[in-house]
Design a protein around this ligand. Structure first.
Ligand code: ZN
Length: 382
């Protein structure tokens, strides 16, 4: 893999008896493209269903067009403290760290332990979908679940406090349950790092669902499947991206378009060359285009102009795309896809290695890359 893919990082850990323990790999194209993604990594694992069982660990980010960007894969006998600590240490070797890095996952304790140990400078946020599922299991009323959803999603801390006090008034038990989990880990307004629109881990779960049928395959065949899948995706995305003439990605353009009509109804009062007061339904929001901030907090937390910022930008007759995060620029998106396509051109199918593996096995050479039988619990505590 590494000889055919420049920059690819792989590692295998074996035990004292020379038996397979863990495996990790990140394609060179993922490593190169990562710096053009948002500094957000969603982590999840899925059970393998081939003869030797085990789990497939996946890390993904989001690209400039708001699409899944696969970062790294790992295989272990189960999700536990040792396997995650090794996985994250390999991830760190492969892609390093980034400023304002945030990990997102379900509430599996081994993931949290691994992140704290290997990436102490990062923040670890949890998926609000999993938290919501826990509330439903606790038979919490739908009215309270709606309040929780609002509390998790709002941009301003003041609004979060209002929703939480509403929950406390209606259902004190659920309020206490929610407060057991620090709000920095699940509420957007309390997170010390930007979560953008990633309040759930559904991007990594949708990746899992794409790889569903691959879970039945022996490990090398599964890797082959993943590789082909990644090639298809990035080939399609590159072609799509090339046909777009906006100077921001099509996702960003769509997001801005949705806000323009509403932005045009707002009153704008310029304060100085960068700052404006923008009135929405009698409430004044201060927008600072230089600092890229707004009192509504959406501008700074999503790194996309909110309706108030769009109104302020429009008043000054400047391009709104200049105020989108540099990560979202189309040119960088194309740059990422070029790296991905280099994978397509440079990589030889892993089947080549598979055939070698099969022939070796036929000759009675010992297996070195299959997972050991899984003797751990099959249930995940999320
Ligand atoms: Zn705003």
């Amino acid at each position: 893999m590494t000889s055919k893919n420049p920059g690819t990082y792989t590692n295998i850990k074996i035990d004292d008896n020379n038996r397979f323990l863990y495996m990790f790999y990140a394609y060179g194209s993922s490593i190169a493209g990562w710096n053009h993604c948002r500094p957000v990594i969603a982590v999840d694992a899925t059970f393998l269903k081939s003869k030797y069982r085990g789990v497939l660990m996946i890390s993904v980010s989001k690209d400039a067009n708001n699409q899944i960007f696969p970062l790294a894969f790992g295989i272990a006998e189960s999700e536990n403290n040792n396997s995650y600590e090794w996985y994250f240490s390999q991830l760190r070797n492969a892609i390093g760290s980034r400023e304002n890095l945030i990990f997102l996952s379900d509430r599996h304790q081994a993931i949290a332990n691994g992140i704290v140990k290997v990436y102490p400078e990062s923040h670890h946020g949890i998926c609000i979908y999993h938290l919501e599922q826990n509330l439903k299991r606790r038979k919490v009323k739908s009215e309270v679940i709606k309040l929780f959803q609002s509390a998790a999603r709002v941009y301003r801390r003041k609004e979060f406090d209002i929703y939480m006090s509403d929950i406390a008034n209606v259902d004190k038990k659920t309020y206490d349950y929610l407060m057991e989990e620090p709000s920095e880990r699940w509420a957007r307004s309390c997170s010390p790092r930007r979560r953008y629109d990633m309040l759930t881990t559904n991007i990594v779960e949708s990746m899992n669902s794409v790889l569903l049928e691959a879970r039945e395959l022996p490990i090398l065949r599964m890797m082959d499947f993943i590789q082909v899948k990644l090639q298809d995706w990035f080939y399609e995305r590159r072609n799509k991206a090339e046909g777009i003439f906006y100077d921001v990605s099509c996702w960003v353009e769509e997001e801005l378009k949705k806000r323009i009509d509403l932005a045009f109804t707002l009153n704008v009062f310029p304060v100085d060359s960068w700052r404006s007061r923008v009135e929405e339904e009698g409430i004044i929001f201060l927008v600072d285009l230089n600092k890229r901030t707004c009192d509504c907090f959406q501008f700074q937390l999503d790194e996309l102009p909110c309706i108030h910022a769009i109104a302020a930008i429009k008043k000054r007759n400047i391009k709104k795309s200049d105020f989108c995060s540099h990560c979202k620029r189309m040119i960088k998106l194309l740059h990422i896809f070029d790296f991905m396509l280099s994978l397509l051109h440079q990589m030889q199918n892993l089947s080549m290695y598979l055939d070698v593996g099969y022939n070796r096995r036929k000759r009675g050479v010992s297996r070195t890359t299959e997972a050991t039988p899984n003797n751990s619990s099959n249930s995940r505590n999320k």
